[in-house]
Ligand binder design. Sequence first.
Ligand code: SF4
Length: 675
Amino acid sequence: MEATFQCPYCGVGCGLYIDDSGKIKGDFEHPASKGDLCKKPLYLPKIYEQGRIAKPLFREDKNKPFREISWEEAYTILKERITELSSEELYFYVSGQLLTEESYVINKFVKGFLKTNNIDANSRLCMTSAVSAYKLAFGSDGPPCTYEDIDDADVFLFIGSNASIAHPVLFKRVLKRRRKTDQMVVVTIDPVETETAKKSDLFIQIRAGTDTVFLNSVLYVLHEEGWIDFEFVDKYTEGFEEALEYARKFPPEIASSICDVKQEDIYIVAKLFAQSRKLISFWCQGLNQSVNGVAKNLALINLHLATGRLNSKGCPFSITGQPNAMGGREVGYLTNGLPGYRDVRNEEDRKFMESFWGVEGIKPQPGPTVTEAIDLILEGRIKFLWTVCTNPAVSMPELGKVREALSKVFLVVQDAYWNDTCEFANLILPASQLGEKEGVMTGSDRTITFCQKFREPYGESKPDWLIFTELARRMGAKELFPYGSSKDIFEEFKATTEGRLCDISKLTYEDLPARWGKRWLYEDLKFPTPSGRARFNVAKFEIAQERGTFILLTGRLKNNWHTMTKTGKSPELLRGEIPPYILMNPLDAQELGIEEWDVVRLVSKRGEVDRVVRFANVKRGHIFAPFGYPKEFGQPVNLLLPDRTDPVSKEPDLKYAGVDLIKVACGEKAWKGEL
Ligand code: SF4
């Protein structure tokens, strides 16, 4: 059956088309991707039924095998467990892979019906620093521009983003722009010479964790050189003097030594901000996943404000990791959110949602974030954890601690595919995957795609929205959850957005794909802040103290996504990515007597992980390890990573861990025997 849907992998949000023979192609009608796509979704049809969970499974004792149970029994177990605990002893951990309707229903179930804000999403590991920075700078979440802006920009800055492999269709659009003009410059700032860096005109190999210093120094130079657009600053912004005052700490001679870059590179970036026609800065987890993540984002946004680089002159553009993290943000699935970009801390927002849902008592304090919830489980204060479409046993930092918590808590895992977290579960619920249900997703540039159903649900699996709806009804909330289809939920959700920045109240499934907001979110340069002006923020530099010979960085693999639950089942996508490896500078390796393909043990105070060594242009003293390998390929690298977080966004510092290195075996063949 022919159908169109959004790609379930990265946040570019490419439109896909499945033809009658089951082959997947790009959807030429889709405004975000115009028929383009990368390799990953091509292999989806091969794994519709591989490694799926077919029936609900239960075991009271985690040391015993699971037994198959009926859905009715599963709902009875859930109802009993949930009602015997207080709402603050429950926790829900959801995903940017869910359809918007599903995130909406789960959020309503938790915040509106159970009356707890104990819900977080795996966007916490990915995008919350960008969300916090957008709100601080512009007064609202949401990327200010769209992919169309790529087509007439002349400078692209990639910082903390390896878009060439992580968001390939977006990067191809940048390269296409290059083919049309010889006036274009691509700059990449990263500690690793990534594929994106190799295709750039200028690669600035920065020391990990020091981006805030670099960007503050660029602001310093802009001011020193008389390159600030004061007309824009005076008319549309506030807070410039305070931000500049702090940036004065970092003249290029100081910043270049902290960041270990050339002073000249700081001048070049400042000049590009000052003198290009249109500049877009793209970033991703390289800025976000840090104790200094929000400040890094703000330091970058400050440069756009200082040079008036918004709308026709450019924009700051965070790239989303997951396919529907944007949709999740729209329904407010983080600990503080409510639908339509509302916030539990805002009384007016709470009152609106209480009246809209017909409930009372939405809690005014955000719930604990997922890393905080792990601590609360270990303290015995959270006793029930329900994960939906996410794999914390691989993706969370400080995995030793996470696994201990997963072993201790009553754990419900709801997923389409068997994953490493299932090993810790008491109850497993089979969920339908994309194509077996319908609903919408929003990509990085705010384009919403309707994903059509094109096959029947696998086994006894059900759409995630239906599982929560059926449970809620059995718990006495029939009127709150009257849905017979995802369309019913979409109609309800969209009404909550009326008059909000993310207003989709007039859209129907038939109108999609379509983008919410204007092409430029702040086209009139009026911002949803109390003063109506965009805000400069003081971007303070912080860095963690870590012990170890090397700084361990983590990042994406080329052809795999999430924790390989889908992509890892296709040999075509695993080629070249197995065995799990680290990238290392050959000069560092030489000093330790390590050769390419040797097996080394990475040791931190949090654990040990073995990896094969590959040589690359990684900054001296740094090591790069791709994340996302499940346990079948050895211990996940997240075992080594700290769970400390940014103080504002509470996003973990996943790109900065101290490790020592010990050679444990020689040559590639050793890997097969040793790991
Ligand atoms: Fe899917 Fe991202 Fe590839 Fe597009 S670029 S096809 S959204 S993985």
